[in-house]
Design a protein around this ligand. Structure first.
Ligand code: ARG
Length: 655
């Protein structure tokens, strides 16, 4: 830097050592912050404004590394004069090499050699596994340190199908939990099972008739579902015959016993629950999904439910509900749920919602239910206490939130639930607000659109296993289209399973959450286009380059001795810059909770790398140059791998 050193006397740019540490920056984890602060420091001196203010105006640029829009600072002088001031006082230095104006914008270029040195060495350093970050820490930040978040997701219903809504919740929820951890939070992965309600009385009756201990042990999810379907049929038949409704009566009695805490009935129900959880854990593991807590509607303490209802009464928040109002309300739930459920699997969700709501309705004029009037907020009049005293969905959510707060003292709690339950979630959030619960402001609903057409030739897909098997089969078929390549695959079963899952997840996370999509096995497993298969392939290819050149070049132990100044091609610079932005991309995803931000980044990186193989050749090059290029690709692979893991994918090394 002899030239730059000489120039330093004339420059307003500080050296790296002199840069101020501003809030919201973290030089140890994000080297782009270094350059951003350098730009801010220059602007601050040129325009005579606080460096913190200047910093807020430094954006990532399209035409250069950084862009500053001068009107942003709301100064009296004309924008053109401000731009001139910034340009006139600029001297290149070790961090910033060049500026140019573009109307009211000033664009800044980082010095390429410094950017490459700092970025690549940081990626390499932070990618080493530590106890806290077994897959490396590049991209992480400490903004959430000391804070705790509960993320409720997946939450399927025992003895019912695992529908597309549960699948999306599982995928998005896992991503969110990873994202919060990446941002320094302690994340509690919370599964709120649908494991309580009249239907479990029905299930118990069904088990008496159709249950098999063997089948239960083998696959509890499947068996309980079969039993449930069979007993429902019986109940319907009795109803159609005009009674006597023995099944329903007995179911009601059993559920009554459950609510009263009868040990014998609870023991059976507990076994159903435990075995279902065991079965779920297996499938979740296949998806890289795990939970810290298997809770559920049954785990909401009844004392809390009564306390919540008492509080509502004391605060005069409840009214009684007439039959006519109930009918209107019921229709509205049905309609809303149906409308959002569309066709296919979400019908199930709609039914569950309508069912639980209707459960809460009074059966005749004399026995009025208690409701909270939320019509002022256009949220209807949800029933909170049934005439016969049994608990209902919305109240379990109200009391459940209070219980979670008192148990975990979270700083934030997120419900990852599909948009067909928007009304339900808005209702219990509002009721908690009216109850003046102190934590309401830290609750958030992260919703998402629906999935259409999730069925196979055999019919509707009902279980998570089936969904994954379907993706795996589609992937196998896809792989077989290239016979030669297929023969070389070592473990076709395992590989197709991994890629299939990647495809399911990528399809789910590549658009904004609110957007609905059609489940399309052929399209999502294709090698063409931005699919999970393509992404895995991009990663595999980066791994294979290292293997292929291993006989000629391996990276120096001390990477700081690798001469990154040799990375002079525009492509190389583009890659370095994209890698440097990864911590920013994580921060951006955190603001919107959109997995698509990370997915887009992955594809951008994959495309850029695939376009670089021909210019940045590693094979048969001078040792120094080969080292530099291999270092670049190695860092690119490390970053792609981190981003994929954040999305809960397992990056493959061969396929
Ligand atoms: N088990 C419910 C269903 O399948 C989803 C639970 C959503 N979470 C909640 N706290 N209500 O529809």
């Amino acid at each position: 830097f002899s030239v730059t050193k000489r120039l330093r006397n004339f420059s307003m740019m500080p050296t790296l050592a002199e840069l101020p540490r501003l809030p919201g920056t973290d030089f140890d984890r994000c080297k782009l912050d270094v350059f951003r602060v350098a730009v801010a420091t220059h602007i601050s001196k040129a325009l005579d404004i606080p460096v913190e203010t200047a910093f807020t105006g430094v954006d990532l640029g399209k035409k250069a590394d950084f862009t500053v829009a001068v009107p942003r600072f709301r100064l009296k002088a004309k924008p053109a004069d401000l731009v001139a001031k910034i340009l006139d006082t600029f001297q290149p230095d070790e961090l910033i090499e060049r500026v140019f104006a573009d109307g009211i914008f000033v664009n800044f270029y980082s010095r390429t050699s410094t950017l490459a040195r700092l970025t690549l060495d940081q990626i390499n350093e932070l990618s080493k596994p530590t106890e806290k970050y077994p897959h490396g820490a590049y991209g992480t930040n400490a903004t959430g340190s000391g804070k705790k978040v509960i993320i409720e997701f997946s939450s399927p219903n025992i003895a019912k199908p695992f529908h597309a809504g549960h699948l999306r919740s599982t995928i998005i929820g896992t991503f969110l939990a990873n994202l919060f951890e990446t941002c320094g939070w302690e994340a509690i992965r919370f599964n709120y099972l649908g494991d309580w309600g009249k239907q479990f009385g029905l299930l118990a009756v069904g088990y008496e008739r159709y249950g098999s201990e063997e089948k239960l042990q083998e696959n509890a999810i499947m068996h309980l579902f079969e039993v449930y379907v069979a007993i429902n049929k019986d109940a319907k038949a009795e109803e159609e015959r005009g009674g006597p409704e023995e099944v329903n009566e007995r179911a009601k009695a059993i559920f009554r016993k459950m609510e009263d805490g009868d040990e014998e009935t609870l023991a059976l129900w507990n076994r159903f629950r435990d075995l279902s959880i065991k079965a779920y854990e297996k499938v979740y593991a296949r998806l890289n999904v795990r939970f810290d807590v298997y809770s559920g509607e049954s785990q909401v303490e009844s004392a809390r439910i009564h306390a919540a209802i008492d509080k509502l009464k004391e605060n005069k928040l409840v009214t009684t509900k007439t039959k006519e109002e109930s009918r209107i309300n019921k229709d509205r739930y049905r309609e809303e749920a149906k409308e959002k459920a569309g066709n296919g699997n979400l019908e199930e969700a709609a039914e569950k919602l309508a069912e639980t709501k209707i459960d809460g309705e009074p059966e005749n004029q004399e026995r009025l239910a208690l409701a909270v009037d939320l019509s002022k907020w256009k949220l209807g009049k949800p029933v909170v206490e049934k005439a016969d005293g049994t608990t209902i969905y919305v109240v379990r959510d109200i009391a459940g939130a209070i219980q979670r707060y008192e148990t975990y003292h979270f700083n934030k709690m997120i419900y990852v639930v599909g948009d067909q339950q928007d009304l339900h979630v808005a209702q219990f959030f509002k009721i908690l607000e009216l109850m003046k619960e102190p934590f309401v402001k830290s609750m958030e609903h992260v919703n998402f659109g629906r999935v259409l057409g999730m069925s196979t030739r055999r019919g509707e897909v009902k279980f998570l296993d089936e969904i994954l098997d379907m993706a795996k089969e589609a992937m196998l078929e896809q792989m077989k289209t290239n016979e030669e390549k297929f023969k070389a695959v070592e473990d076709p079963e395992g590989t197709s399973d991994q890629i299939g899952m990647t495809c399911v997840k990528i399809q789910d996370m590549q658009s904004k959450r609110a957007i609905s999509y059609s489940f399309d096995p052929a399209r999502m497993t294709s090698w063409d286009g931005d699919t999970g298969a393509y992404l895995q392939y991009a990663h595999v290819r980066m791994c294979s380059v290292t293997r292929k050149v291993a006989h000629q070049v391996t990276l120096r132990e001390d990477v700081s001795k690798i001469n990154v100044d040799l990375l002079t091609e525009p492509k190389a610079r583009e890659i370095v810059y994209l890698l440097a932005t990864y911590p920013d991309v994580v921060r951006a995803a955190f603001k919107t909770y959109e997995p698509s931000t990370i997915v887009s980044y992955c594809f951008k990186l994959a495309h850029l790398i695939s376009s670089a193989w021909e210019t940045l050749i590693v094979m048969n090059q001078e040792q120094e140059l080969a080292q530099a290029r291999l270092y670049l690709f190695t860092c690119a692979r490390l970053v792609l791998s981190s981003a994929m893991r954040l999305l809960s994918l397992t990056p493959l090394e061969r396929m």
